[in-house]
Structures are given as C-alpha cells and as structure tokens.
Design a protein around this ligand. Structure first.
Ligand code: PRP
Length: 212
C-alpha cells in the first residue's frame, strides 16, 4: 500500500506548467485542478494531497513538514536558506534574476538604492561586485521603483522581458538562471523515500523528453 503524500504546489503562473508536467507523467489530476479555488485537493487514486500555496511559501510548508515535497522556484531557494532537499530540476518556468534600471543610469558616489523582492540575492550580488548599495524590499511590481524614484536599480525576475520593455527599463546584469525544482522535507524523504523516489522516477523521463 502506497503511503499518502502531500505536495505543495505554487499558485499562479508556475501552477499551470507544473500541472501539465504532472499530467504528462500520468498523474491522474481531476479537471477541477484547472479552475478550482480550493486550496487543498486530494487525488485518492494516486494517494496524493495537493496544497496550493504562494510560490514564496512552498518551501516553508515543506521545511515544516506539513508538505512532504513541493515545487519551488530556484529564485526562492537562492533567496532563503531552507532545510529542504532539492531533488530534481523540473526545467519548467525558466526565467532569470537580473539587475535592471532606467537607461543610462549612472550610479553616484552614494550607495545606490536597489529595490527587490529578493533582498538577500540582491545584497549578495552587489557585495560580490564590491559595491555598496541600499536594499529596499518590495513585494511585487518591482519595475515601478525606478520609474517613481524609489530606487536607481532593481533586482527582479525576467521571463519574457515584456515588463522591462513596456516600462522603458533595461537590463544591466544577469545574476542567476531560474527554473522550478522538486524539493523534499528531509524527514519525509527518509520515511517515505520509496514513494518520493517513485515520483522522481516518473517525472525524470518526461523532463528529459521536454528538454528545450
Ligand atoms: C514577475 C517579475 C516581473 C515579471 C517578469 O512578476 O517580478 O515583474 O514577472 O515577467 P516578464 O519578463 O515576462 O515580463 P509577477 O507577474 O510574478 O508579479 P509581481 O510583479 O507582483 O511580482
């Protein structure tokens, strides 16, 4: 008898790609997955319970063990050191973290202000560059900051580049490539290793076949 497993899924734009990947790996996910507002969805046939969390919170649920495994962006893993195992690069939701700002931004002698949803990634990057900056934490719409004079630069996710373009911003540096990862709670991984390995083995050939 398969043990019951809880998977934390990121709501929002990663969700669709994650569901598509799971379906391609033959996980029987009911149609209500696509349009339900429910936050907990059980799939008895697979002995799986899905919890739908904010992308930034997936690792929190996994770290605390209320979810055995989860799908989390590498951006979140880079931002927060969490006690979770990274099992698999799912190669979905590819994007990257970049430094951007208005064109011809010249940095004065005083520490430039950098707005970001990723304060640790941002400060780590500028520290490595030997530049002193002031980090301003925002929770979204980061591109607004240089437009309105809150910051000279931003560190944010770039996917299609459309948001930068439409707001007249340019990219100054690429910090790190980002894709979604399958992560596991270390205790769950020990106790439910067979079950979790089975999921990794079901997903691996699908990821290989989808290699872009
Ligand atoms: C993300 C990111 C950028 C945008 C990049 O924001 O923070 O703003 O997407 O995508 P693009 O390169 O395809 O335009 P998201 O839509 O997740 O919302 P947020 O601004 O509230 O973080």
């Amino acid at each position: 008898m398969n043990s019951f497993l809880t998977i934390a899924m990121p709501k929002g734009r990663i969700f669709e790609e994650a569901v598509e990947l799971l379906r391609k790996a033959n996980f029987q996910l009911p149609p209500e997955f696509d349009d339900s507002r429910k936050l907990i969805l059980e799939v008895e046939e697979e002995n799986l319970r899905f919890i739908l969390a904010k992308p930034m919170d997936v690792v929190t649920y996994v770290e605390h063990g209320v979810a055995d495994i989860g799908i989390a962006g590498k951006d979140v893993m880079l931002e927060e050191e969490r006690d979770v195992y990274e099992l698999l690069d799912l190669k979905i939701s590819a994007c990257y973290l970049a430094v951007a700002g208005l064109p011809d931004t010249t940095l004065s002698d005083v520490a430039p202000r950098v707005a970001s949803k990723y304060p640790n990634v941002a400060s780590g990057y500028f520290r490595e560059q030997g530049e002193q900056v002031e980090i301003i934490k925002l929770n979204g719409s980061i591109e607004l900051a240089p437009l309105i004079g809150l910051a000279e630069l931003i560190v944010d996710i770039v996917s299609t580049g459309q948001t930068l373009k439409e707001n007249g911003l340019v990219e100054y540096a690429r910090i790190a490539d980002v894709t979604s990862r399958l992560v596991a709670n270390p205790v769950s991984y020990r106790i439910k290793e067979q079950r979790i390995t089975e999921i990794v083995e079901r997903l691996t050939p699908v990821i290989e076949s989808l290699k872009r």
